[in-house]
Design a protein around this ligand. Structure first.
Ligand SMILES: [Zn+2]
Length: 414
């Protein structure tokens, strides 16, 4: 076989025009997975893409090796429309599907590769102008399917079966023929939390742990004294009459915000001008292991080891957005919050069976100002004033942090 034919076969197999052995360093990329790949697999040498030689030779890989990662990442999720059964009609203007991309659109608009402009252009040229589409383009993507199943589950527990949903008749997935428990989506979410390590553990070394500053606010009449943890912490069980985002009526939990202003904005009722708001800061007195839903990392398509999490990460981002939507408390909160309350119970009581580690709460973003907030699985009995901690105390109120504010003086900082 001649050289040209061998080269053509190699190009075909690797999915790009091979033979570019120039060296490139990670400084030309913002995509975390490509940067990590170069740092891990590169050798110290001069970079052909940097303007000046560097006396500290950076880690570099050949452009061909870079292209192997790029093409593998793309081919894990996108294929050729002809192989995916998409019809072509030249009179109708080409492929009979809306989501067909040429290489340029795929790299720039669909995948949105973050790199130097000239490098992006060279990558597009090296792959060549081809057509691309999602695998199985007539089915839902995995992320869409998960979102669809989550919506079905929400509808079930909000409007059909609140308490025995785990015994509800199975549903058959039309595409796969799989028979699904409606609650299977909870297990999927649980495993994604573990696989994506969405945990925030305040334990540092041995007995050392990070203090979280968690502000609470309570609006009350001017005659009511609010001066201690008992009055500023969660209500007792029999007074926990409100349904909240993570906890149903009757099951109190501790809600706190990373900023005093967020705590106020979360609870203020501006119609009661004669009332005041008392705020104060609690700190954890022991290490806390939280599920962190405050920021779901985006999995890069070029993170080949986490390729199986690429679609789930898209689902989890949509999921977190949907469960953090503001809900008008006009009575609908009694069913609109049920899905997040069920997920919370799953995280609290079922997820530890997988992680083999107890979970103390959830870190999330405020639906009002996107600041960090916390729900801690702690009742009034677990909250004390600083200095009065007991064995089962989880959170202590810094009494020196207590402030009061007249509703008339209140200004939202959002
Ligand atoms: Zn460079």
């Amino acid at each position: 076989m001649g050289w040209a034919k061998r080269k053509m076969e190699e190009d075909e197999a690797r999915g790009f025009t091979t033979g570019n052995n120039t060296l490139i360093c990670s400084r030309h990329f913002q995509d975390y997975a490509i940067v990590a790949y170069i740092e891990l697999n590169g050798k110290n040498n001069q970079c052909d893409y940097c303007d000046e030689d560097d006396s500290n030779e950076p880690y570099v890989i050949s452009f061909d090796d870079l292209m192997d990662v790029i093409v593998q990442g793309i081919c894990n999720h996108y294929g050729n429309p002809d192989d995916e059964g998409i019809g072509f009609d030249s009179r109708e203007g080409g492929y009979m599907h809306d989501e067909i991309y040429d290489t340029y659109d795929l790299i720039r608009d669909e995948i949105m590769l973050e790199a130097d402009e000239a490098v992006i252009e060279e990558i597009i040229q090296t792959i060549g102008m081809k057509n691309w589409c999602h695998y199985n383009p007539y089915n839902l993507s995995e992320a869409e399917e998960l979102s669809f199943d989550w919506d079905i589950f929400c509808n079930l527990i909000k409007h059909e079966s609140r308490f025995v949903f785990f015994k509800h008749p199975k549903r058959i997935n039309k595409d796969t023929g799989e028979s699904l428990e409606p609650s299977y989506i909870l297990d999927r979410i649980g495993h994604f939390i573990v696989d994506m390590t969405l945990f925030y553990n305040t334990r540092k070394h041995d007995e050392l742990f990070e203090d979280l500053h968690m502000y609470r606010a309570r609006q009350h009449s001017i005659d009511t004294g609010v001066t201690n943890a008992c009055q500023l912490g969660p209500p007792p069980r029999l007074k926990a009459i409100k349904a909240n985002r993570f906890s149903p009526a009757g099951i109190p939990m501790f809600y706190g915000s990373g900023r005093r202003q967020t705590a106020i904005d979360e609870i203020v009722d501006r119609s009661k001008l004669d009332e005041i708001i008392t705020t104060g800061m609690f700190k954890n007195v022991k290490p806390l292991n939280l599920v962190d839903l405050s920021q779901i990392p985006e999995v890069s398509i070029f993170d080949l080891e986490k390729s199986y999490l690429y679609e789930p990460s898209h689902f989890l981002r949509r999921f977190v957005l949907s469960v953090s939507q503001p809900i008008i408390k006009d009575g609908r909160e009694h069913f609109e919050y049920v899905p997040t309350q069920v997920v919370t119970e799953y995280i609290r009581y079922v997820l530890p069976e997988i992680t083999k580690h107890s979970i103390d709460g959830i870190k999330y973003r405020s639906s009002i100002d996107q600041q960090d907030c916390f729900v801690i699985f702690a009742t009034q009995d677990h909250c004390e004033d600083k200095g009065n901690e007991r064995g089962d105390t989880i959170l202590a109120l810094e009494t020196s942090s207590i402030r009061t504010l007249n509703i008339g003086e209140y200004k939202s900082h959002t």
